[in-house]
Ligand binder design. Structure first.
Ligand code: MG
Length: 445
């Protein structure tokens, strides 16, 4: 079991993920990537500078060539990997977590983020690395143009003339995060009229909690309604995740944003679609409308980028509103995902686009159990589903798909629970489905 690496790299508060661990982890990461060229970027969290200094020192001490990108969004940093021909990237960020958290997100030279499994390999090197000779230690350099380069690359993949003609009015909720380094400028350059809220970077996150959930963006919803904006857009702290508010003030949840992105992608270029086993069936429904297949992966961005690197699909995305457009990078890019939808609303209002996405309702619950209980439930459910001849996906928990509903039973990696999540065409049906599997799960304990 990995001690430090989780699904999103290393993450925690400063008492666990402090400068000592950052230094040692950076040495191990530097050694893992052969002492090559490593980019370092960070978000604006208050503990970011301390960790950045430690990371840079750690990398230098094992002979890496360090290029510091400064404070940028995660998608901007990840976009720069290929451009600067680097061997790896370390982003110092805790994404959407509370202000006291921070961490290291590690991405290899191909743009694939490091999974728990690969993290374990790196951990074996912690405290076990060979320091560089005194005269092999190189100065770190700065690269200050990445935001401009990211914006220019995104523009090339859009139709700016279409947006400039319509001049949509957008309310941007930057959540006091790093998207304020790029989103206001970018959407202004595209010709949008914009109003920004929570728009100064602040490591205390005074405006709202960083995760763009419906309850956290009530102010945005209110302002969209009051100003009759064409859309509201909210990002998480490091800009890889995005959610929308339509022109009527309705919250558009992450997997709907993804399903719409799939629709927009497939009408331009057909191909397989990638998503995690925890994502709405709306995605599969949209893909099959175009005669395209949906490939499921384990939950977590690294697994999506691993499969995308093999060229398996034309788009990838997860239920929380993180979308990979492979033309740009193998990272979830919330800025580009937002821009593609803004381009679409120049054709017709967002609520009308959403009418084309099948509506599903979901219900979730959990069953308390120990590690043995988790095993017993998963094995029991799998046997049961197989005996019934149900269609199952068992790469991460057990997902059972029916005609117009599905349910997933997954063990929590960190807590003593089995989680059950179901989706159906009505709230009642979803509730009944989840109840049925809760009862079944408990029968295996
Ligand atoms: Mg994030």
């Amino acid at each position: 079991m990995a001690k430090y690496f989780g699904t999103n790299g290393i993450r925690g508060t400063i008492d666990t993920v402090g400068p000592e661990l950052a230094l040692k982890a950076a040495q191990a990461i530097g050694a893992y990537f052969g002492g090559g060229k490593v980019l370092v970027a960070r978000d604006h969290r208050l503990t970011g500078e301390v960790l950045r200094n430690a990371v840079v020192a750690g990398l230098q001490s094992v002979g890496c060539e360090v290029v510091d990108l400064g404070i940028v969004t995660s998608p901007t940093a990840e976009f720069m990997l290929k451009k600067l021909k680097a061997d790896a990237l370390i982003i110092i960020t805790a994404s959407h977590n509370p202000p006291e958290y921070n961490g290291l997100k590690v991405i290899d030279g191909k743009g694939i983020s490091i999974s728990k499994e690969r993290g374990e390999e790196i951990e074996k090197l912690i405290g076990n690395v060979k320091m560089a000779e005194w005269d092999a230690i190189r100065p770190a350099t700065r690269h200050d143009n990445s935001i401009r380069e990211h914006m220019d690359a995104m523009k090339k993949l859009l139709h700016p003339e279409k947006i400039a003609k319509k001049k949509p009015f957008l309310v941007l909720d930057l959540g006091n995060g790093t998207t304020s380094t790029i989103a206001p400028q970018f959407f202004k350059e595209l010709g949008c009229r914009i109003l920004t809220i929570n728009s100064h970077m602040d490591g205390h996150f005074p405006g709202r909690p960083s995760e763009p959930r419906e309850e956290n963006i009530q102010e945005l919803i209110k302002i969209v309604k009051e100003t009759r904006a064409d859309a509201g857009i909210a990002w998480d702290g490091d800009g890889d995740r995005v959610v929308f508010v339509d022109e009527k003030g309705n919250f558009v949840v992450g997997d709907k944003v993804y399903a719409l992105s799939v629709l927009l992608k497939l009408r331009e270029k057909k191909g397989d679609v990638l998503t995690t086993v925890a994502t709405s069936k709306a995605v599969e429904d949209v893909a099959s409308r175009f005669g395209c297949k949906t490939i499921y992966t384990k939950v977590g961005a690294p697994y999506m980028s691993e499969e995308m690197a093999e060229g398996k699909a034309v788009i990838a995305g997860e239920e929380v509103g993180g979308i990979i457009w492979p033309e740009l990078s193998l990272a979830k890019d919330g800025i580009f995902a937002a821009a593609k939808i803004v381009e679409a609303i120049c054709e017709k209002p967002l609520s009308r686009w959403l009418e084309e996405i099948p509506a599903y309702y979901n219900v979730k619950t959990r069953v308390e159990c120990d590690e043995e209980g988790k095993k017993a439930i998963l094995e029991g459910i799998k046997k049961f589903a197989k005996s019934k001849g149900y269609k199952i996906i068992d790469i991460d928990g057990i997902r059972i798909t029916f005609e117009d509903s599905w349910v997933i039973i997954r063990a929590s990696g960190t807590e003593p629970y089995i989680r059950i999540f179901g989706e159906a065409k009505s709230k009642e049906k979803a509730g009944a489905l989840v109840k049925e599997y809760e009862k079944l799960a408990k029968s295996f304990l």
